[in-house]
Design a protein around this ligand. Structure first.
Ligand code: 6CS
Ligand code: FE
Length: 279
């Protein structure tokens, strides 16, 4: 499955592409069935909210789970990524942001690329974020908010806040509610006046692809329902980190081999069942 010319153009113009219910139900159920086991793993890959008991994110779920590992090569996701980057890719980062019901904190306005440039030495923004809505996303459970078109402003002035490592690991303020690189109010006022804000809502199984330079944020979750977003970040194979990576392998991938589209038999059959064809 490849994107249409209109979808490619829309992504290039807007910096994001929303595809409602793009993941077949059977595969979505397969992913969600793995969540309890992955959440139960005690590991530094499991990051908590400030309350130290609500899970904020799970990084690199594919390290220990075959289903999440297979997903990175799933044709419906990997083909459009290679099409948009016009390149082969490897996985730079993989996470599940939980945004738990009544407890999931906000994500301040930021660009993703500045973290991968400054902390992982990736020289160009030839990366793509592919997110899958594991839960329904509504206006109440903290949808990802995007300023469409902001990616075309290249790297915006970011505010660098917080010392390297007040407590714990240096990378904690790359992932917490107190982000290290954020966008300040005067710049955000300019951007929102020029481009507005969108927050694509939709059923579980929807896919949101977004550019690593697009300004985005999300509010706390005031609904009693989780808003789990699975996000895989692919990087072009000719855009490898230019430094000796210092962040953990669950934040900055070390396997630079180009990913191949794997038509997992059991997944194909399920597509057949669900959609009557594999497309
Ligand atoms: O530091 C990182 O790699 C992560 N931090 C943020 C705020 N977004 C990109 C990425 O997930
Ligand atoms: Fe982000």
């Amino acid at each position: 499955m490849l994107l249409t010319a209109e979808q490619v153009e829309s992504y290039n113009q807007q910096g994001y592409l929303f595809m409602e219910s793009a993941i077949p139900k059977n595969i979505l159920n397969k992913l969600n069935a793995e969540i309890p086991a992955v959440f139960a793993e005690d590991s530094p890959r499991r990051v908590f909210e400030k309350d130290n008991r609500t899970i904020r994110s799970i990084y690199a779920p594919h390290f220990t789970n075959k289903t999440f590992d297979q997903l990175k090569s799933y044709s419906r996701l990997l083909n459009p990524v290679m099409q948009l980057l016009n390149n082969e890719v490897y996985l730079h980062q993989y996470k599940i942001n939980v945004k738990a019901g009544l407890a999931g904190e906000m994500w301040n306005w930021h660009q993703d690329y500045v973290y991968w440039e400054k902390e992982d030495g990736i020289a160009t923004p030839e990366l793509i974020n592919v997110s899958i809505y594991l839960d329904e996303v509504t206006e109440f459970n903290g949808p990802l908010a995007i300023i469409p078109g902001s990616h075309r402003l290249e790297n915006m002035d970011t505010v660098i806040s917080g010392s390297e490592a007040e407590s714990g690991e240096a990378w904690q303020n790359h992932l917490s509610v107190d982000l290290k690189y954020t966008l300040d109010k005067p710049l955000l006022r300019k951007l929102v006046n020029a481009y507005d804000i969108v927050a694509p809502k939709g059923p579980a199984g929807s896919v949101l692809i977004f550019n690593p330079l697009v300004a985005h944020a999300s509010a706390p979750n005031i609904s009693p329902f989780d808003r789990k977003l699975l996000i895989m970040t692919y990087n072009a194979v000719n855009n490898l980190p230019q430094i000796e990576l210092t962040r953990p392998d669950f934040l900055a991938g070390r396997d630079f081999n180009a990913l191949e589209v794997l038509e997992h038999e059991e997944w194909k059959e399920e597509l057949l069942e669900q959609h009557g064809s594999v497309f």
